[in-house]
Write a protein that binds this ligand. Structure first.
Ligand code: ATP
Length: 245
């Protein structure tokens, strides 16, 4: 079984300790979120797990065969149109061009893009459309592990929910494995099997939360109830500094 195992991980920038003694596992088919306040070290942790930063102390064992990344900002190639942006990873893997374009069109539709948008270039797309392209590009290669770095944070609430629903459908259909970082507790509850709470200065995991109900069955009522519960948790209050002073 493919797994990501993080053991006794520490990370510093210069003399500033950012992450301290981080330990967790991510198993195949799981959606694991790391939540915490801004500046707490979430992106640093995700970059270490994705191999975008070198591990200095501790260990990360990653046996997933392939991975893809979706960032807060869509990072599309400005000189390529929607479909060519989506097809990039497939073509890089040597897939036949016609098949790559066909698969790219299918996933674009699945993420709510329309045929009339396929030939458009990133400069002619709204922020939401760019993020649809970004998700399509990451998922079209069917990665065994998907890293999500706050991909919904710049979207309005309706669009956020729509893209999350597309993702949840794929989680259900393909048993996707996802490592997701966010400071939005409600979206973590909507998407995750487990949530790790990362407290800041230095970043350390102080609590785990587990959600057994399949994502497809979580309606708004469930999300709001669970959000209300978690917002009363002492560690959450301390970590996000939610106390009225
Ligand atoms: N390359 C770097 N060099 C020095 N300090 C850095 C570097 N990258 C991040 N930091 C610092 O490390 C701390 C953690 O940053 P990081 O981006 O990992 O946090 P975060 O929890 O993802 O925050 P946010 O939610 O605001 O993106 C911050 O204080 C940040 O300024």
């Amino acid at each position: 079984m493919e797994r990501l195992v993080v053991e006794s991980l520490n990370h510093s920038y210069g003399f500033t300790e950012i992450l301290k003694d981080i330990n967790f596992e991510l198993n195949q088919g799981e959606v694991l979120s790391i939540v915490g306040p801004s500046g707490g070290g979430k992106t640093t942790l995700l970059h270490l797990c994705a191999g975008l930063l070198d591990v200095e102390e501790g260990e990360i064992k990653n046996s997933f065969q392939s991975s893809a990344f979706t960032f807060q900002e869509p990072r599309l190639l400005p000189w390529k149109n929607v479909i060519d942006n989506i097809a990039l990873g497939l073509l890089a893997k040597g897939e036949d061009k016609n098949e790559a374009l066909e698969k790219s069109q299918q996933i674009a539709i699945q993420f709510g893009l329309e045929k009339k948008d396929f030939q458009k270039f990133p400069k002619d797309l709204s922020g939401g459309m760019k993020q649809r392209v970004s998700f399509s590009r990451a998922l079209v290669i069917k990665p065994s592990l998907l890293f999500l770095d706050e991909p919904f944070s710049a979207l309005d609430i309706g669009l956020k929910q729509e893209l999350q629903s597309h993702l949840i459908e794929l989680i259900h259909q393909q048993a996707l494995t996802i490592l997701f970082i966010t400071h939005d507790l409600m979206e973590a509850i909507r998407l995750s099997d487990r949530i790790l709470l990362l407290k800041a200065e230095p970043g350390r995991i102080v609590k785990h939360f587990k959600y057994e109900l399949p994502q497809m069955q979580r309606d708004n009522e469930y999300i709001y109830k669970e959000s209300a519960k978690i917002l009363l948790d002492k560690e959450i209050i301390e970590t996000f500094e939610l106390e009225f002073k």
